[in-house]
Design a protein around this ligand. Sequence first.
Ligand code: GLP
Length: 243
Amino acid sequence: RDSPEQVGLYVGDYLAKRINEFKPSAEKPLFVLGLPTGSSPLPTYQRLVELVQRGDLSFKNVVTFNMDEYVGLPRDHPESYHTFMYTNFFSKIDIQPNNTHILDGEAEDLLHECAEYERKIKSVGGIDIFMGGMGEDGHLAFNEPGSSLVSRTRIKTLAYDTILANARFFNNDLSAVPRMALTVGIATLMDAREVILVVTGQKKAMALAQCIENGINHFWTASALHSHPWSLLVCDEDATLEL
Ligand code: GLP
């Protein structure tokens, strides 16, 4: 696509079509959507909001699971992923509040929180579509370079590159960026029936080339999607500059 906005229109319309086609049944009452934060999915969220506000889409039969959350950042901190999701998406659509799930980075027992998250995903029948973005180092969610490709939801220490990239959200103060996060694993993502990867901007061009042209490896974790039976990459022109 030509631009991040065009990517957002395409992915938003695609997700809307899949949600609208879903027929709830006694065995499967809810469509299960995995969601990312970051700037890449913003145009998609804008498109989905527009469709809901126009009456062309409803999230009443949708349950969501976010990919990740910082450890130790209060839920109401302006840069928490909870705040991001409520501000940019959940507060603008008709989803039931108890149908949204985000890892709790302030949980007393973080290991338990991660195990519970996997259990909750299983209890609704697994994820139908996981949408993701990609970090400049090729990470999916917070599966930093070197992550196991069979990883599950767990605690991850953030890579220095990620702390640098995300400092822009913390007044460029490196010391304010959390050092750890809770994240779904690569295996959690690979279990989704379908994965859509949204990649925009020249800053991602190198990572995209590594992920596409260098085979599957655990340093560029988004490369794992090569072996997913139903994955779709949607990118803009700028992201393809190194291909
Ligand atoms: C963070 C998130 C990732 C996201 C990445 C890229 O590290 N944990 O899930 O894909 O940022 O963000 P952006 O889309 O803003 O470039």
